[in-house]
Design a protein around this ligand. Sequence first.
Ligand SMILES: O=C(O)C(=O)C[C@@H](O)[C@H](O)C(=O)O
Ligand SMILES: [Mg+2]
Ligand SMILES: [Mg+2]
Length: 391
Amino acid sequence: MKITDIKLTVVGVPRHTGFINKHIIVKIYSDEGVTGIGEMSDFSHLPRYAPDVEDLTNVIKSVLVGENPFDIMKLNKELVGNFPEAMYYYEKGSFIRNGIDAALYDLCAKYLGISVADMLGGRVREKIKVCYPIFRMRFMDEVEENIEVVRKRLNQGFDVFRLYVGKNIDADEAFLDAVQREFGQKVKIKSLDFSHLHDWKTTLQAVKRLTKYDLGLEMIESPALANDHEGLNHIRMRTDYPISEHVWSTRQQYEMIKHDSVDIFNISPVFIGGLTAAKRAAAVAEVAAKGVILGTTQELSIGTAAMAHLGAALTNLTYTSDPTGPELYIGDVVKNRVQYKDGYLHLPDRGVTGLGIELDEELIEKYRVNDLSWGEVSVHQLQDRTAQTKV
Ligand SMILES: O=C(O)C(=O)C[C@@H](O)[C@H](O)C(=O)O
Ligand SMILES: [Mg+2]
Ligand SMILES: [Mg+2]
């Protein structure tokens, strides 16, 4: 089989919060008449610049056209050559590699008539426990709005949540207090995510306040400045709670092991550049005897299905994971969205081929936008993932 062509389509899909995220839908065509699909998810992250999609398409064509899609390791090496790793969480080259890698798996698995999980090592599980995110509050009046989100999502079966914290600790505390009073044991807050906003010592003060409300806390995430591997170790040694951090490059994961920085690696294909790289990062975690969760950038259904197939094959998925993107957006671009039930992300059936997701061309057209250009949006909105415009 040979790759014959590549198509990239940009879509902008609003979230229930009002925040609009741009993604690129990838199609890889082959001379066997089989097409692979993938998703370069959520370019709506800092820094505020964007790749030119026409130029990007040409670059990717120059890497892939004429190649055998089964040469996944060779093609990943080529992709890393063209879009090198960086020591940055939201490195856009990783998003690009991720979309291509998923489409290669989809193409090859469809050709073989098997599901992507079967290419990644089969199924250890059929469903993955996930949590619903509560985005960061800066103002007290956001507390009640977020309690309403908990009420609504609990009714839909999401009983585990995670909370982005660190810009208004009074609001964080008021939220946790209100959750405890209203929901008691019915709801779990599995993580407090500080998103690298503060140095570890400042975070530690906040952790002391917020862990008064232990609602089933599994981990404290990103509690030091980005790439402060020693800082993570300092705070890890001073709190009883497991520390988690995202993996965004091979070198950064190595440094975190060297400095014994974390208990849990938060692994997302989008931030490490694909299913291939994410599977390797999970194997590295196993070697280092660390826990693993599947993280998220809040993907649409294609990106989330890719993570479900990956999660199916991981033996060391030890804590509650994060991918709930399709529940956050008001729409999607597929005929069959991924399924959530009782707070679990369910894998597509074993009988499906590829990722098991079918594109809906009408929905692609509905959400299609010309490019990845930035509209009016503030750094706060980008950090906090809300449409909140107050300063
Ligand atoms: O755990 C995290 O950190 C995230 O989920 C990052 C978020 O910013 C996410 O990418 C989003 O877009 O909401
Ligand atoms: Mg995080
Ligand atoms: Mg994101």
